[in-house]
Design a protein around this ligand. Structure first.
Ligand SMILES: CCc1ccc([C@H](C)CC(=O)N[C@@H]2O[C@H](CO)[C@@H](O)[C@H](O)[C@H]2O)cc1
Length: 822
């Protein structure tokens, strides 16, 4: 990139060595002799950061100079993972810094392992936001990420006696070298209180909101450096702190409880990430968190807009805001409040700006994940916003009545206010009404949004709906996670694929090259050995790298059907027990994933996996061919070990339930073959890699709906399928739970009586498909050919392609080259 580094930040081995020593001494106050691994990591991190700062400042100056249109990605979660390795890659200093560290007797890989990852997300949604920040900076798109700087991120998972145990995530215990606190840019956010309204001298309707709690939002900025683009965008995460003045008044007036209460209230807001994935809990603190970071971000955007000499009239021309699911959708009401109450705009002008500023991405179809807040809670926490939402809603419903006269049922269905029970605000509807574009995250998902969950809105505003299929960054998920495969590919097609993943298609012709295939197999072997060592170190279980590594790593959820995977494992188990001479191709079943702490069935599924593992791994009649491992504490760092090492990727959700999936993309990019249903992005992956290179099974989304509509009786399948019955009876008998037949009763009863995710309906086609997998794996030449085709044809699943789609179809932004000017 075009940035010129001065001698202090030049990328020579000497300058890097000096940088490490200087940071160790001047920043950490340590002499080499007495410094620890963590000190060395910190010194290295600061030395890398030093080389990002110039890009960061230059980027910001160029953006200001060229008053660029900017993307603001609002997300309650950013699952960034450890920064060091990907920052080194993106700066293009891998070789020199490895040499510099080596000459100081420091092992770069070991130091990279010292970093505690900022687990500021649950799963797919949070990680997608992180991949998108990498692509935005790599493509040179002016952008900022806005979120919450949780003091405690996603809990760490330990497995005790086969059960998940949650441990606090002190990710900040050693400090975070990548962030800079910006106290001068803090803002205030109010909660609760009451509103007063009056007509001013021009008869204008005025409202004053007097909150009874005011907290301070303090931003922490982290540079997001692009891959060899010279651009460094900003991730601004907000921390809530007590608002001094607010605090001291009470203190000085002797109201100590009040004072301390205010302090606790304030600091609680950004204290901890809610570990629920796909299930709302309706907790007030969660709404406080959402309003807090959204208000901080919008106030910050308005301040930046005005300080760069712009008038708010054209706010929407300069700012494109993406709502990452409904979690920041309160922003629609907050921007209206800021424009009308604070900046004196009339309603219509304010609405024109607001509805042209926001865009909404939906990430789930599960009804239990669609956020709705009770009116009483909304009234007490955000009284002014509720008034504004009522106004938005009444104007919206009159539009609905105009477009669909005499259809009050539709009006009730579409109202932002759900009149049922204690009445609720439906956040997805507020997002749809207040956004210019609504997108799903895979073709099938977007179609289901249009035909089902958001059907009424599609009939009203078809032009708003668009699909942008997810993507993942090849920097972290290939170049950093799988240097072996990366070097082999680069040796054949050069390294441009890292910044332009479509170049992978040049690999296709090597699939037919047996020499290349054996190199490919060699790489796969090396990566599997690395994972086997990690597994042995973490769990004490030894796995055979020559066995097929079959991996299912993702959040534990019934719709993702980890328990269907277990049904197949037990089918193999019973086959082997019945005939110990049966030649079953050796397979290692790898599981990883956290369950939301309050999600009983998900926790029971983890217990089922660990219990089955205990029986199988200790049974000499089967453990030569079958091994089951539940790897605790699945996170980004762990993912970087598993995705490259897997031979088979399990993407077996009930069709119509997984919005997209992104793990499926990471596996296939790394050469794993997929066994999966026609769900989410599996469909597009299968079309890209070739139907012959994908193991498909199961009902389609339409068949699932039809099967349920026709009346689904899982018990009948149980009775008519001997293998299934044997497996279910085995689980129910206590054979896999030390004789306790009651342990898995809830799971077994759930399957026999309702089986809402149709495991029984897909059982036989899944088992048959797995048998095809076994057969294919025996022919390693055929397998590695399919593996190479998979990797070669994954270009479109780069998050760079997704971001290009967003720029073209939603944000109307063209690329911006540093120094090039628009
Ligand atoms: C309110 C609790 C809550 C928290 C998070 C969520 C997320 C939307 C859940 C999530 O991560 N969804 C996943 O998003 C990925 C990125 O688009 C998709 O690839 C996955 O299919 C989807 O499950 C829903 C509800």
């Amino acid at each position: 990139d075009s940035i010129v580094d001065d001698e202090r930040t030049s990328n020579t081995v000497a300058a890097l060595k000096q940088g490490i020593l200087d940071n160790l001494f001047y920043v950490l106050g340590k002499r080499v002799e007495v410094s620890t691994d963590m000190d060395h990591f910190m010194a290295l991190a600061y030395t890398v950061r030093d080389r990002i700062l110039a890009r960061w400042l230059t980027t910001r100056e160029d953006y200001a100079k060229n008053n660029v249109r900017t993307v603001y990605y609002l997300s309650a979660e950013f699952l960034m993972g450890p920064y060091l390795a990907s920052n080194i890659l993106n700066l293009g200093i891998d070789d020199v810094i490895r040499q510099a560290a080596g000459e100081l007797d420091l092992d770069l890989n070991h130091l990279i392992g010292q970093e505690s990852e900022p687990g500021l997300g649950n799963g797919g949604l949070g990680r997608l936001a992180a991949c998108y920040l990498d692509s935005l900076a790599t493509l040179g798109v002016p952008a900022m990420g806005y979120g919450i700087r949780y003091e405690f991120g996603m809990f760490h998972q330990a497995i005790r006696d086969g059960w998940q145990v949650e441990l606090t995530d002190y990710w900040l215990r050693y400090g975070n070298p990548w962030e800079i606190r910006r106290p001068q840019a803090c803002v205030e956010v109010g909660f609760g209180g009451h509103t007063q309204s009056w007509a001013d001298s021009f008869g204008e309707y005025k409202v004053l909101w007097t909150p009874d709690e005011v907290v301070k939002g303090v931003p922490f900025d982290t540079p997001i450096v692009g891959y060899r683009s010279g651009v460094a965008n900003t991730l601004r995460l907000w921390r809530s702190e007590a608002n001094e003045s607010f605090y001291f008044d009470r203190f000085n007036s002797g109201d100590y409880e009040g004072a301390v209460g205010a302090k606790i209230f304030a600091e609680n807001i950004s204290k901890v990430l809610y570990p629920n994935d796909e299930e709302i809990r309706g907790k007030e603190l969660r709404l406080q968190q959402q309003y807090f970071f959204t208000s901080c971000s919008l106030q910050d955007m308005i301040r930046r807009h005005e300080t760069t000499g712009h008038s708010l009239e054209n706010f929407h021309e300069q700012c494109a805001v993406q709502l990452n699911d409904t979690h920041p959708s309160i922003g629609v009401a907050e921007l209206m409040r800021l424009l009308v109450d604070i900046h004196g705009f009339g309603w219509d002008k304010a609405w024109d700006i607001t509805s042209h500023t926001f865009n909404y991405t939906n990430h789930t179809l599960l009804p239990e994940a669609l956020e709705r807040w009770s009116l009483p809670m909304f009234q007490s926490l955000l009284p002014r916003h509720l008034e504004i939402i009522y106004e938005i809603n009444s104007r919206f419903l009159s539009l609905v009545r105009t477009k669909f006269p005499n259809d009050e049922a539709r009006v009730a269905r579409m109202s932002i206010i759900d009149e049922h029970g204690e009445r609720y605000v439906r956040m997805a509807y507020l997002a749809c009404v207040g956004s210019g574009h609504i997108n799903g995250v895979a073709k099938l998902h977007t179609e289901l949004l249009k035909s089902d969950v958001l059907r009424d809105f599609y009939e009203l505003w078809p032009e708003k709906f668009i699909n942008v299929t997810n993507g993942v960054t090849p920097r972290r998920w290939l170049a950093v996670a799988n240097p072996e495969q990366s070097e082999l590919m680069t040796s054949k097609i050069g390294h441009d694929w890292i910044g332009d993943l479509d170049q992978l298609s040049k690999l296709e012709r090597y699939a037919e090259d047996s020499a290349f295939r054996s190199e490919w197999q060699g790489v796969q072997r090396a990566v599997k050995v690395r994972l086997a060592q990690y597994i042995a170190a973490k769990t004490g279980i030894s796995v055979d790298p020559s066995s097929m590594f079959d991996a299912q790593v993702k959040r534990i959820h019934e719709y993702k059907r980890q328990h269907l995977n277990v049904l197949y494992i037990l089918t193999q188990y019973y086959r082997q027990k019945k005939d110990p001479t049966l030649e079953i191709s050796p397979r290692t079943f790898l599981f990883g994933g956290k369950a939301a702490p309050g999600y009983f069935m998900a926790k029971l599924i983890i217990k089922l996996i660990t219990s089955v593992a205990e029986v199988i791994n200790s049974d000499p009649e089967v453990n030569q061919h079958l091994k089951v491992v539940f790897l605790p504490d699945y996170n980004v760092t762990f993912g970087q070990l598993v995705y490259p090492a897997a031979d088979l990727s399990e993407q077996i959700s009930t069709a119509g339930k997984e919005a997209s999936g992104t793990g499926n993309m990471k596996f296939a990019m790394n050469g794993a073959l997929t066994i999966g249903t026609l769900d989410g992005a599996n469909i597009e992956i299968r079309d890209a890699v070739g139907h012959e290179n994908f193991f498909l099974f199961g009902l389609t989304a339409a068949e699932v709906v039809a099967r349920k509509a026709a009346g689904y009786h899982p018990h009948q399948i149980y009775e008519s399928n001997g293998a299934l019955r044997e497996v279910i009876d085995g689980i129910a008998s206590g054979r896999f739970s030390r004789g306790d037949g009651s342990l898995f009763r809830p799971l077994v009863d759930g399957l026999l009586n309702s089986d809402p995710y149709l495991l029984f309906a897909d059982y036989q086609t899944y088992v048959d498909c797995q048998d095809r997998v076994c057969k294919t794996y025996r022919d390693q030449e055929a397998w590695s050919k399919m593996s190479i085709y998979n990797a070669a044809r994954m270009g479109q699943f780069s998050s760079d392609r997704s971001i290009r789609d967003y720029c073209k179809d939603i944000w109307n932004i063209t690329r911006f080259e540093i120094g090039a000017g628009l």
